[in-house]
Design a protein. Structure first.
Length: 365
């Protein structure tokens, strides 16, 4: 089915790529500056290097997907593309990597995952990635994207939408997870993984959806100017989150411009380089993360609060903790490992909020 062109004004149509990804150059420069500072402790530098690696990998993955999206959708007069959209609504946050809206009011919500060594999905819909040659369980990006759509559905109820015959038109939502075109995907026989695509297959998916659509969809077609107006309302809601690296890594002015110590003095042991406590036996009590605040100690944060301090999503932080071996998934439950305890992590049980984890406020993964 070909959507007819309704843009008939004398002025040229608006740009189809309405928002590019926010630049990460300031974050990269800040991390590189801290790494070059003479007074940064060795342990802190390791955390900074790891954060820089994750940041660069994320930028690469989103850039690869954005190229494939822009190649087709950016040149189409029937679609609007929004990259890197973060919306806060009624206490919830949707961090959306890419959004495509078309004139049928179909909204494609795209979550990009940079699985450099590939991803595997079992019959229960559980995801595992390969890290250093070993499989590690991660939260489902499909479930993560469904939560983004739940927020978007509420947001669209507040937007100025077109009507037909006095009836307010409603968008439909499509959730897709994009992985690198070079990544391997291990798929089960029965569980439906069609929504997990390599980024260069996205255009084929969108065209198949349009071609298989009902002729009744044509009654829902809106003009390019109307579609652009809807998209601009979404972009106006964008609230970028800038991470506070100084607070996160405990970086002080003295570390950036250290004062030389007197020759006869003995330099104090830096707390960041103090030996970690010996690991306790692995806890056998699973925990699931809660966004409630069970009043942790001032020096430790729940996973959700640590994620907020790091400027990432809770699900992404959980992926990192699992990938680094600080948490593990067994029988669909999350356990803290011996390495997690050595890093200062704790399992707690709150009578009010249930099980949760605590982490050092300066933990970086």
């Amino acid at each position: 089915m070909i959507i007819p062109t309704l843009w008939q004004g004398l002025d040229p149509p608006p740009p189809m790529i309405l928002k590019e990804a926010d630049t990460k150059a300031p974050q990269l420069a800040e991390l590189e500056t801290y790494l070059a500072a003479p007074g940064i402790p060795a342990a802190t530098k390791q955390h900074l290097e790891r954060e820089l690696k994750f940041l660069r990998a994320g930028i690469k993955g989103e850039r690869e997907s954005a190229y494939d999206i822009d190649f087709y959708s950016g040149a189409s007069k029937n679609r609007i593309v929004i990259h890197d959209l973060r919306i806060e609504h009624n206490g919830r946050v949707a961090q959306i990597d890419h959004l495509i809206l078309n004139r049928l009011l179909e909204v494609y919500v795209l979550e990009t995952k940079h699985f450099s060594e590939g991803v595997s999905i079992n019959e229960q819909g559980e995801f595992s990635i390969w890290f250093a040659g070993k499989p590690r369980g991660i939260p489902s990006p499909l479930e993560q994207n469904d939560r983004h759509i739940a927020v978007l559905q509420d947001v669209f109820k507040t937007l100025d939408m077109p009507t037909r015959l006095g009836i307010r038109l409603q968008p439909s939502f499509e959730s897709l997870v994009l992985v690198s075109k070079n990544a391997r995907i291990g798929r089960p026989e029965k569980f439906d993984t069609r929504r997990v695509l390599k980024s260069d297959h996205l255009e084929r998916w969108i065209n198949k959806n349009i071609d298989s659509g009902s002729p009744l969809l044509m009654a829902k077609v809106v003009g390019v100017d109307t579609l652009t107006a809807i998209a601009r309302q979404l972009v106006a809601l964008h609230r970028p989150l800038v991470p506070d690296y100084r607070a996160r890594f405990g970086i002080t002015e003295e570390m950036l411009c250290p004062t030389p110590l007197p020759p006869a003095s003995t330099p104090p042991l830096d707390s960041a380089e103090s030996p970690l406590p010996l690991a306790a036996p692995e806890a056998e009590t699973p925990a699931t993360e809660t966004t409630a605040d069970p009043s942790p100690s001032p020096s430790k944060l729940t996973t959700s609060k640590l994620a907020k301090a790091l400027g990432v999503k809770t699900a992404e932080l959980n992926e990192r903790l699992i990938a680094c071996g600080l948490l593990e998934l067994r029988d669909e439950k999350t356990y803290i490992t011996a390495a997690g305890k050595s890093a200062g992590g704790e399992f707690r049980m709150s009578p009010k909020f249930g099980p949760y984890f605590l982490w050092p406020a300066d933990l970086t993964v």
